[in-house]
Design a protein around this ligand. Structure first.
Ligand code: NAP
Length: 561
């Protein structure tokens, strides 16, 4: 079983009560161990007030709700201890042999190896008799690199596990990409002793959550509201609740959302709620991949080829939707007809059958967007020829705002459903490219026309329209255009008109607010977002998520905690 250790820094004697309260909360949230990071405290008090420092640390150990790890991390491995190693080791020796004693003492491999005298003292402090070790203080040897993967990572690991006094070997380094997480998993798979292998920074969450899948001794987390002692640490509550740590096992299948940046995606909340509702042993995680084609190809390729990861697919978003199509083509996989024709896909599927791996790139944005728009059209009722099917769009005039990836998918979907599409975009050239390429992709099929209408300020002059569909990012929360509408606030919306926005944060964009006030039917971006996610879930699992589960998960995820 992989434990959760909450890491709590203690810099001052005045911090003791708050630190203990944090530990109690973390234990309630699910922490199994408390790492007391007392480097700040030790740095302040040693060697002058060594007895006071010992008393304070013993109090932490005694009152802690869970067994303790005591760490006095030195500055060159990311800690606050700047003093002489001899003082630090004398302190650890006193703590390790005192009463109460912590379950583990952590010491950096580099410090441990620096002097024979020190090694002898540490070995004494941890009473390294292998038989009885479980009952006494044990030594955790550790190595950290806050910049990158150290060149001698594997030799450091070998030196740790070869040391008889070492009960747990810990490696932590700043990941340069998700490929570093895969190396952490390789180390865990081939471990020769209880091992912790974690990646720090924005690429490291996967290694922290999946530590359990690969049998790590423990993973670190921070206390709720507490500061992280290493970059990228989730809180204990996030680890247990959002990332479902206790439900992860060796057989857990792995999916994710790939994009750059990706930290704020709510896709994992939806898919994980679906896995829970259906009892499927799988996890969906954010998977940041830098924007270039090379990064995408190398990282996704490595995840697919590393079979123990059980990688089953991913939601793919900006800026990698076109990379996905290229990748699956290069690997000889299958493209859905829409991905084939519009050159972009948002879903990767990875199926393993009889020793072979089959890849697929599917565009669920187009059917999701069209489905959401159709639902809006049906709700108008009057004038809709066939409310139950795609005929609701047949012959309808739609103003499509935007000419990016979402616009391409929606243009194809709407044209296939028989709509007439007029494209408006800030950059006219891009709108012309879209019209030419989508027209060519459709070949001679159907009579539905697509043409360029002009800039975003020309929609009123070219109308009237049955529907306006915004696929620009204008109005998106946190973006430069937050609070703005892609078309003028006094646009003459009509009650017979459907206005849909692909932007889903906020739910009511300035465009939708103006349209709703004028009596138009509005369709917010969550309608498309939920549909495209539900279709992805079905592609990976073969089952639809139970009705309402994704919508409820989205409501929960959007609620401020
Ligand atoms: P994209 O390929 O980057 O396209 C961005 C579009 O927005 C382009 O048409 C761009 O115009 C326009 N734009 C950006 N900033 C603008 C500004 N300041 N003024 C006017 N126009 C501006 O992105 P995408 O993948 O199509 O995504 C577009 C939006 O749809 C995003 O907000 C995304 O979150 C949302 N989306 C939602 C869903 C869903 O499920 N609800 C699915 C996919 C996408 P130029 O061509 O002139 O640059």
């Amino acid at each position: 079983m992989t434990l959760i250790a909450v890491s709590i820094p203690v810099d001052d004697s005045a911090d003791l009560d708050a630190a203990l309260e944090s530990a109690r909360r973390a234990a309630r949230d699910g922490a199994d161990l408390v790492e007391w990071r007392v480097d700040g405290l030790a740095d302040r008090l040693l060697p002058r007030d060594a007895e006071l420092a010992q008393r304070l640390v013993r109090r932490l150990i005694e009152v802690a709700p869970k067994p303790s790890i005591v760490t006095v991390r030195c500055a060159h491995e990311g800690g606050a201890w700047r003093g002489d190693d001899a003082h630090r080791v004398a302190f650890l020796e006193a703590i390790g042999t005192g009463d109460p004693a912590p379950r583990y003492l952590d010491l950096e491999l580099a410090s441990f190896e620096r002097s024979a005298n020190l090694r002898q003292k540490v070995r004494l402090a941890v009473q390294h008799d292998r038989q009885a070790r479980d009952l006494k203080t044990s030594l955790m040897l550790s190595a950290h690199d806050f910049d990158s993967r150290p060149a001698d990572l594997l030799s450091r690991y070998a030196r740790m596990v070869d040391e008889p006094a070492c009960a747990v070997a810990k490696l932590a380094w700043r990941a340069r990409s998700l490929r570093d997480d895969l190396e952490a998993f390789e180390i865990l798979r081939e471990r020769r002793a209880p091992t912790i292998a974690l990646c720090m920074g924005e690429f490291g969450l996967v290694s922290r959550v999946l530590a359990r899948k690969f049998g790590a001794f423990l993973t670190f987390a921070r206390a709720d509201g507490g500061i992280e002692t290493a970059a990228g640490q989730p809180t204990v509550r996030e680890l247990v609740q959002r990332w479902r740590f206790r439900r992860i096992g060796a057989a857990t299948k792995v999916c994710g959302v790939i994009g750059w940046p990706i930290g704020h995606s709510l896709s994992p909340d939806l898919h994980n709620a679906g896995f829970d509702a259906l009892g499927i042993d799988a996890i969906h995680l954010p998977m940041p991949i830098e924007g270039s084609w090379e990064s995408f190809k190398a990282t996704v390729g490595a995840m697919i080829d590393f079979e123990p990861l059980s990688f089953r697919g991913a939601s793919v978003t900006i800026p990698h939707k076109e990379h996905l199509v290229r990748f699956v083509r290069e690997r000889g996989g299958t493209l859905c007809p829409i991905a084939e024709r519009c050159g972009a896909a948002n879903t990767l599927t990875v199926e393993r059958r009889d020793g072979t791996t089959e890849l697929g790139a599917v565009n669920t944005d187009a059917p999701a967007g069209v489905g959401a728009l159709l639902a809006g059209m049906r709700s108008i009722g009057a004038g809709v020829a066939s409310p139950a099917d795609r005929a609701a769009l047949f012959g309808r005039r739609v103003a499509l705002l935007g000419a990016g990836g979402a616009a391409r998918a929606l243009a194809l979907g709407m044209l296939d459903a028989g709509a007439e599409v007029v494209v408006f975009n800030r950059s006219r050239e891009r709108a012309e490219d879209l019209v030419r390429e989508i027209g060519a992709a459709r070949g001679g099929r159907g009579a539905s026309p697509i043409r360029v209408g002009g800039g975003l300020d020309e929609v009123g002059a070219v109308g009237p329209f049955d529907a306006i569909v915004n696929t620009t990012s204008v109005g998106m929360e946190g973006g430069e255009t937050q609070g703005r509408s892609p078309i003028a606030g006094d646009f003459p919306f009509a009650p017979t008109m459907v206005v849909m926005d692909a932007v889903y944060r906020p739910r009511e964009t300035p465009l939708l607010r103006a349209a709703r006030r004028a009596g138009a039917v509005v369709v917010d971006g969550t309608q498309m977002f939920l549909r495209q996610a539900e279709a992805q879930f079905e592609l990976w699992t073969g089952q639809a998520p139970p009705p309402g589960v994704f919508a409820q998960a989205l409501d929960r995820a959007e609620r401020p905690s």
